[in-house]
Design a protein around this ligand. Structure first.
Ligand SMILES: Cc1ncc(COP(=O)(O)O)c(C=O)c1O
Length: 397
């Protein structure tokens, strides 16, 4: 035991030396456009609370009502005694939102991705996956028995080549999987072209729209709606832990046979507890709000445009795009970390990411904009960015 603990301590020390040891900032209240840190009022610029629903009074009340009506938890998995009418209602709400046959809930989108990839394929099949897909997809692909083909990020000729290769190497079925939005860049997958490639090669497309549901497209339906291919993605996975109430939970939505297979066979569904009623109630209210009133979707898009324009005019390197994830590239990892610390001291909480999360030389501060941000929040953030960048020589003074 002693030797084991000494080994772990040494590994942790290496993280400190490499300055990649992660420190958690404890918020002294709810997640919102402003949060309390060390007693101070701070603009939150690093949360996936894109629609500002995490602390919305209607969503909070829905969670409280769900506890009062349905209790705190089920103490079981869904197929034993863990399904309430509430869970069925939320699944029906999601199927209505996506206009699909059926939906299955998971305790996270991590589990949903793992479930999809491991349950829907066997050793005779192939999975074709973008190299920058989310870690849950990468792990799901690793766990699956299917043959793996990883294509270069958003590279359509390489996708086409990998689909062809999978077919020529005898795959029975091919699943192709991509993030709808890649979270380090706020970059959209070219879904119209990916759908075309999948159709040409008879592959089934799965899109993880965790960073798009509720915030992209005219009605918040996500990347497919934003890119004009609504209804053409057969299977979506998504999270309830970002725009849609920000609590937790995930889902897969699509054709009946897919969802039924997952309900019968997927291990994260069969062997893990049901979604807590408060979480299901909150998510249902979040979907109700977005479906009845697209104004939050429009506001987060307008806020993202405003922040991107202002940061660009101030001279920052912002990759072209429209998503509320706004990466501010500064290059060096230590510099990104130091700037993040200084920004927090100036009342703006934004996370720095460096190598190996992003390629060497592309370290960045990743700002995330919410519908809850006021113009004053965004102006304060831009001013803090300018002051900190001048201090570190990133911008001319
Ligand atoms: C693209 C993507 N998929 C899946 C997940 C995991 O979602 P959850 O927190 O619901 O497990 C995330 C969260 O970071 C994500 O960004």
């Amino acid at each position: 035991m002693q030797e084991f603990l000494e080994f772990l301590t040494g590994e942790i020390e290496k993280l400190h030396q490499a300055r990649t040891f992660k420190v958690e900032v404890a918020l002294e209240g709810p997640q919102d456009h402003r949060v309390k840190v060390n007693g101070r009022d701070v603009v939150m610029l690093t949360s996936n609370n894109y629609l500002g629903l995490a602390n919305d009074p209607r969503v909070r009340q829905a969670a409280i009502r769900a506890i009062e009506e349905w209790g705190v938890g089920m103490g079981s998995v869904r197929f034993i005694c863990g399904t309430q009418v509430l869970h069925k209602q939320l699944e029906a709400t999601l199927s209505g939102f996506y206009e699909t046959d059926d939906t299955i809930l998971y305790s996270s989108c991590w589990s949903a991705n793992e479930a999809c990839l491991t349950t829907l394929t066997g050793s005779e099949d192939a999975i074709v996956s973008d190299e920058l897909n989310h870690a849950s997809i990468i792990d799901g692909v690793r766990l699956a028995k299917a043959r793996r083909y990883v294509y270069k990020h958003n590279d359509l000729p390489d996708l086409e080549a990998k689909l062809k290769q999978a077919r020529s190497e005898g795959a029975r079925f091919i699943l192709s999987v991509t993030d709808g939005v890649f979270s380090m860049e706020g970059e959209l997958a070219p879904l119209p072209e990916i759908i075309g490639a999948c159709e040409r090669h008879g592959a089934v497309l799965i899109v993880d729209d965790s960073h798009a549901t509720g915030l992209l497209g005219s009605r918040g339906r996500g990347t497919a709606e934003e890119l004009g291919v609504w209804g053409k993605v057969p299977v979506h996975t998504g999270t309830l832990g970002k725009a849609m109430g920000s609590a937790m939970g995930g889902y897969v939505t699509g054709p009946k046979a897919v969802i039924e297979t997952l309900r019968q066979r997927s291990r994260p569904y069969l062997f893990s507890n049901s979604l807590a009623p408060a979480v299901a109630g909150a998510a249902m209210e979040a979907f109700r709000i977005v479906m009845q009133d697209p104004s939050r979707t429009q506001t987060v898009q307008a806020n993202a445009r405003y922040f991107r324009d202002r940061m660009g005019s101030a001279g920052f390197r912002i990759p072209h795009g429209m998503h509320p994830i706004v990466p501010v590239i500064v290059g060096d990892t230590a510099l990104a970390m130091a700037m993040g610390k200084d920004l927090l001291e100036r009342g703006v909480y934004v996370s720095g990411f460096g190598y190996p999360v992003v390629p060497q030389g592309h370290a960045r501060l990743r700002a995330q904009i919410s519908a809850a941000h006021t113009r004053e929040d965004l102006d304060r953030a831009v001013s803090a960015f300018v002051a900190v960048a001048q201090k570190h020589g990133v911008l001319e003074g």
